[in-house]
Ligand binder design. Structure first.
Ligand code: HEM
Length: 132
């Protein structure tokens, strides 16, 4: 049995939080059509419930992300550039999710919702790129 190290705990928490933030958004988006048939307010009630686990997961991503950066140290210019891109994507993922949650028109909801999904998926992809 491989030994469980601090790195195992660090990446476990980072990946777990990523599954909630990214996987949760995809699952909620897939559920919305069915939720709508249950009542016009049901999708927003489900989104509000999701946000109660999504934002703590985002906070865990930022904290374990900083821990990742400190633990990985200097891994050269290509890694640094990839990390800079990840910072921009994380910021965009958080801001678009916040704007999506506060959207009051179907158009704003759709645009910010789409941007939230795309930036979350892109952040996940760049995360895997960093770890490789
Ligand atoms: C939406 C937010 C985020 C998502 C979805 C995400 C996702 C991921 C994933 C899936 C990995 C690969 C883990 C592995 O295979 O070992 C990863 C690695 C990494 N993430 Fe994130 N992350 C997010 C936010 C952050 C933030 C805010 C930072 C920095 C402040 C960060 C820094 C890192 C670093 C440095 C690695 C590489 C760790 C290594 O080399 O083993 N991440 N991220």
């Amino acid at each position: 049995m491989k030994p469980v190290e601090l790195e195992t705990v660090r990446l476990f928490l980072h990946v777990l939080a990523a599954t909630v933030w990214v996987g949760g958004q995809i699952t909620l988006a897939a559920l919305v059509p069915a939720l709508r048939t249950a009542g016009t307010d049901v999708p927003r009630a489900a989104a509000t419930a999701f946000s109660r686990v999504a934002w703590p997961a985002f906070a865990v991503l930022v904290v374990t992300g900083v821990w990742n950066v400190l633990a990985e140290g200097d891994r050269g210019p290509a890694y640094e550039h990839t990390l800079m891109l990840k910072y921009v994507l994380v910021l965009a993922s958080g801001i678009t999710a916040y704007l999506h949650g506060r959207a009051r028109t179907p158009r704003a909801m759709a645009v910010h919702g789409a941007l939230t999904g795309v930036t979350a998926l892109a952040t996940l992809f760049v995360g895997i790129l960093l770890a490789g």
